[in-house]
Write a protein that binds this ligand. Structure first.
Ligand code: NAP
Length: 247
């Protein structure tokens, strides 16, 4: 549904986990939400239903963030059906892990993770920047990771991709600051989602000063703050949400 001149928030990977919680939080700020997902349409529909249940608006936009053509096609289609609307908030959140020690890592797993995180950041953000710059307002929040700050063994691909997004975000923040567009990152530690369901929380929580995994909602609250006008003087920043785990 399209209201004239409406400002939207696009959250990639919003069907589940941190993305879903972020979509709900941005909706409570008044944004109609574009829910991107890869293949789990049922979960994406569930997210839309939750948004509508709290009085918001949401629509689904399926595309694979690791594919430049799919990004272009989906966004162009969305723009065609929303001629007067624009995307004011972009949360680059979609992600997966493909962990392995580097010595055993297939090139495919390296490339998949770089495409899915770093290249997705580049292609989606570049596509939406023009509108933000011309409206002299925009918010870009990248969901990165503790791994992209300190590196974690088994994650050379993922750590490189997340660190790349952090650095690119800092550079971009300096390019677009004058135009009212901010670019920040949140770096979660261990958060309870499908992505970490294979990890043993009982064992790992001993390493975490607050003694538990975080929740998707705790990450979403920080993303929502960075996406708000209140965060206008914060840009090029990385905020850790990790229960005090050493970074
Ligand atoms: P999750 O619960 O596994 O959800 C992943 C989301 O990404 C799903 O919505 C999934 O869509 C979507 N997705 C995956 N590949 C995609 C693709 N190629 N194109 C479009 N969407 C895709 O993960 P999460 O834990 O919320 O993670 C969200 C972000 O936080 C990721 O960037 C992750 O690296 C980061 N992070 C998570 C943790 C943690 O502890 N959980 C820690 C640090 C950083 P479908 O439902 O269609 O599959």
């Amino acid at each position: 549904m399209s209201t004239n001149g409406c400002k939207y928030a696009l959250v990639t990977g919003a069907s589940r986990g941190i993305g879903r919680a972020t979509a709900l939080a941005l909706s409570r700020m008044g944004y109609p939400i574009i829910i991107n997902y890869l293949s789990n349409e049922e979960a994406a529909q569930e997210c839309a239903a939750l948004i509508k249940a709290q009085g918001g608006d949401a629509e689904l936009l399926q595309f694979d963030v690791s594919k430049e053509d799919a990004i272009e096609q989906a966004i162009a289609q969305w723009e065609e059906s929303h001629p007067n609307d624009w995307i004011e908030v972009l949360v680059n959140n979609a992600g997966v892990r493909k962990d392995n020690l580097m010595i055993f890592m297939p090139a495919d797993d390296w490339n998949t993770i770089i495409n899915l995180h770093l290249n997705a950041f580049f292609f989606i953000t570049r596509r939406l920047l023009k509108n933000m710059v011309s409206h002299r307002y925009g918010r870009i929040v990248n969901v990165v990771s503790l791994s992209g700050i300190k590196g974690l063994p088994g994650q050379t691909n993922y750590a490189a991709a997340k660190a790349g997004i952090i650095a690119a975000g800092k550079a971009l923040a300096q390019e677009v600051g004058k135009r009212g567009v901010t670019v920040n990152a949140v770096a979660p530690g261990y958060i309870k989602t499908d992505m970490t369901s294979d990890l043993d929380e009982t064992q790992l929580k001993a390493l975490i000063p607050v003694n538990r995994f975080g929740t998707a909602e705790e990450v979403a609250d920080v993303v929502a703050f960075l996406a708000s006008p209140k965060a206008s003087y914060i840009t090029g920043e990385v905020i850790s949400i990790n229960g005090g785990l050493y970074t």
